[in-house]
Design a binder for this molecule. Structure first.
Ligand SMILES: [Zn+2]
Length: 206
């Protein structure tokens, strides 16, 4: 029997989110604790994983999820694609995190100066659509671009909220766990400029 970490022991999705935000504050202020990164922790995890959080985010090398939340091995189930696009493999991975691993929180994490979001904005403004594989970024990110224009929001702020809302409606396991009070869904934007994560959407099923 392994000892649950602080994140795993948090009793509610709200408290998991609070602990993540505290970890981000330690990171942003240069006071990291770098928890759960020793060999004892690796040994604990050989028998299985029990992460508290699933993060859907961007592959951008400037947004390493465990580092910016000051977390370690076994803490966060991370799904990264360029732009945080949600296709069927990403949706199935979220479903596995919720139903198979029992995470308490799903976080959609957008970030400042996202190249995929920028490419989508440029294509939609110019009408010049990419013809190769990168067209998928325009198709997946266009709803966030449209919302940002209508609401007058920063596009990555809108993308963080829209991404989280989309996961709620796209992945039935998420909606069911939310309804049952077992899960929280949050959208947030990571600021490259100061290392902080700002919340754009919170849904704790109440
Ligand atoms: Zn990005």
């Amino acid at each position: 029997m392994t000892t649950p970490t602080e994140l795993q022991a948090a009793p509610t999705p709200r408290e998991v989110w609070e602990l993540l935000r505290e970890g981000n504050e330690r990171f942003a202020t240069g006071n990291t604790a770098a928890p759960n990164r020793d060999t004892a922790r690796l040994q604990q995890l050989t028998s299985g994983q029990n992460p508290a959080v699933c993060v859907v985010g961007c592959s951008d090398s400037r947004v390493p999820v465990e580092l910016l939340f000051d977390a370690g091995f076994g803490d966060i189930f991370v799904i990264r694609t360029a732009g945080g696009c949600v296709d069927s493999a990403v949706a199935a991975s979220v479903e596995f995190a919720v139903d198979g691993l029992g995470v308490d929180l799903v976080l959609f994490l957008a970030h400042e100066k996202c190249g995929a979001v920028g490419a989508a904005v440029q294509a939609l403004e110019s009408g010049d659509m990419p013809t190769g594989l990168e067209r998928v970024f325009v198709e997946k990110i266009a709803p966030s671009v449209a919302q940002s224009k209508i609401r007058g929001e920063h596009v990555e702020f809108a993308h963080a909220r829209n991404g989280a809302e989309h996961i709620v409606t796209r992945v039935p396991a998420v909606a069911i766990a939310l309804e049952a009070g077992k899960l929280g869904v949050v959208g947030a934007r990571y600021r490259l400029s100061d290392g902080r994560v700002e919340t754009t959407y919170e849904n704790f099923g109440d």
